[in-house]
Every structure is written in structure tokens, then in C-alpha cells.
Design a protein around this ligand. Structure first.
Ligand SMILES: *[C@@H]1O[C@H](CO)[C@@H](O)[C@H](O)[C@H]1NC(C)=O
Length: 231
């Protein structure tokens, strides 16, 4: 037993002959543990760094997009201001009307119609499509003008008439021109321009009348015009 115990003791002794082994092992384990911890810390630091970097990049991108958004907002605001300023600048100080011919125009037999598609210049004067007339909104003195192009081998009349509530049922002639053509010649294209100053009251309606609207030359919208402006 003791004999048998000896070898076991010996074995124990032989084990005991390497006393530094277990500490060495444990030291190695500790070292490995320290290394692992260090690696873990390093990796954590790296990950933290990457996370912070990602956050910074994200913030930078967000700031950039916000900046670009605010820039486009500023541009839009500037455009609106410019448009407002522009419309303010071109807004006349007194009533103005300038009408032209256009594709949408349908003349009456004698009374000329004016385009509403051609964006007529109308400020404090209305264009009434049903009566083909300009309706005064503000009482005062106005310069009235009209120019027409026509071809007629007969006598051609061009006039500007006024329809006022003061003389109901009757229109008053304000301006008139007549062209007497030479019957021996071929009819030639002619022009007529009328202009003059008149006093108008609110609701007064002015319109252009010709002897026959089918004689009007309609090549260009600017060839036939009608307008008025307060002086
Ligand atoms: C107007 O002119 C057209 C074409 O020349 C003619 O057919 C018509 O009879 C004229 N109308 C009047 C009222 O003179």
C-alpha cells in the first residue's frame, strides 16, 4: 500500500518538481487574460471611434442638407421678393389700358373686339367682353387712342365712341376718321390712327367702331390696338 503509495507520492513529487509550472501556467493565463482585456479595450476604443466618426459624418451631412435646404429657401424668398418688387415696379400710378387683336377675337359687324388671351395691359380700367368696351373705374381725364389696319375699296370709317349713363341709349362719337378710296385703283392696305383727351366718369364705356370689321387686316395682333390712360 505504502509501496503503492510511494509511487503515487513520487508521482506527486514528480509533479512537485515542477512547482513553477502551475504559477507559470496561471501567469500565462493571466497574461492571456490581460492581452484579451487589452484587445477588448482596444477594439472597444476602435469601435467607439468609428461610432463617433459615423455620428460626426451623419451630423455633417445633416448640417449640409439643412444648409442647402435653407439656401434654396432663401433663393425662393428672394425670387418672391423680386417678383413682388417687379410687379410693384411695373404697376402704373394711374389707370392704364392697352388692348390688341388676337386669335380669340370675334368682332361684331361694326364694333371691334379685343383679345383677352394676349394678356392685355389693364390697370384700374376694365375690359367688358360682352360690349367689347373699356369701362372707366376712376373719374378723370384720359388720353384715348386706337389704331387699325384695313383694306377697303369703299369708304372706310374708324371711330371711338362713348357709352355713358348720362345719355342712356345713345353713344357719343369722340373720335372719327374716314378714308375715301379711289375706285379706279386696286384696294390698298391703309391705317388709321385716332387719339384725343376726354373726361370720363365712373362706369363710362368706350369702344371702337368701324364701317365693316371684315375689312380689318389681321396679320399681326399689334396692327390693331385700342387703349386709354389717365393723364
Ligand atoms: C362687309 O364686308 C363684307 C366683305 O367685303 C361684305 O360681304 C359685307 O356685305 C360688308 N358689310 C357691310 C355692312 O357693308
Amino acid at each position: 500500500m505504502a509501496e503503492g503509495g510511494h509511487p503515487s507520492v513520487y508521482v506527486v513529487d514528480s509533479h512537485a518538481t515542477f512547482p513553477p509550472v502551475p504559477p507559470r501556467l496561471s501567469q500565462g493565463r493571466r497574461r492571456a487574460g490581460v492581452g484579451q482585456t487589452l484587445l477588448f479595450i482596444l477594439m472597444s476604443v476602435a469601435l467607439c471611434g468609428m461610432t463617433i466618426e459615423a455620428c460626426l459624418i451623419y451630423r455633417l451631412y445633416q448640417t449640409e442638407s439643412v444648409t442647402s435646404a435653407s439656401v434654396s429657401k432663401i433663393i425662393a424668398e428672394q425670387d418672391a421678393t423680386a417678383a413682388k418688387l417687379h410687379s410693384h415696379v411695373i404697376s402704373p400710378s394711374k389707370p392704364v389700358a392697352h388692348l390688341t387683336d388676337g386669335q380669340d377675337v370675334v368682332h361684331a359687324k361694326e364694333i371691334m373686339a379685343w383679345s383677352t388671351d394676349a394678356e392685355p395691359r389693364l390697370y384700374e380700367i376694365e375690359y367688358k367682353k360682352s360690349t367689347r368696351s373699356l369701362v372707366i373705374q376712376k373719374e378723370g381725364y384720359y388720353y384715348v387712342y386706337s389704331k387699325v389696319s384695313f383694306t377697303d375699296k369703299d369708304t372706310f370709317h374708324h371711330r371711338v365712341d362713348l357709352h355713358t349713363e348720362k345719355f342712356t341709349g345713345k353713344s357719343i362719337n369722340l373720335l372719327k376718321s374716314r378714308k375715301y378710296s379711289n375706285h379706279f385703283k386696286h384696294p390698298e392696305q391703309s391705317n388709321s390712327y385716332l387719339g384725343g383727351v376726354f373726361h370720363f366718369s365712373k362706369g363710362d364705356a368706350i369702344f371702337v367702331k368701324v364701317s365693316n370689321t371684315s375689312k380689318i387686316v389681321r396679320q399681326d395682333p399689334s396692327e390693331n390696338v385700342f387703349g386709354a390712360y389717365m393723364i
